[in-house]
Design a protein around this ligand. Structure first.
Ligand SMILES: [Zn+2]
Length: 115
């Protein structure tokens, strides 16, 4: 644990977006779980709950891909990573980014410099 090496997401003040995303996916998962269990009691609510869960999950993902941006060039970094990395490691690569893959700005320092 060395000082000054926190993730760029925290350094650029965008950590709250991660919490909103986690909350959105948790809600979507809860709805899908409720939909699944509604099948055991007749399934009348299944379509409604499943549709809400899928919509919330999709909306959360779309928002997340568009909201985490490079503070200098506004590149959509989630989308850049999703489309350029194997889906098993893009989350880790995203959190560990040092430089913007688009404009090469140092992500953990752009927030501190008045540019
Ligand atoms: Zn950039």
């Amino acid at each position: 644990m060395s000082r000054g090496r926190s993730s760029w997401i925290i350094a650029t003040g965008q950590a709250w977006k991660l919490y909103v995303t986690v909350a959105g996916f948790t809600g979507a998962l809860g709805l899908l779980t409720a939909a699944f269990f509604s099948l055991t009691s007749g399934g009348r609510l299944f379509m409604a709950l499943a549709a809400c869960g899928l919509f919330l999950g999709a909306a959360t993902f779309v928002w997340f891909t568009g909201t985490l941006r490079c503070p200098r060039c506004s590149a959509k970094l989630v989308w850049t990573m999703v489309s350029s990395r194997p889906h098993s490691s893009w989350v880790i690569d995203l959190a560990a980014l040092d430089h913007c893959p688009v404009c090469k700005a140092r992500l953990d320092q752009v927030g501190a410099s008045p540019h």
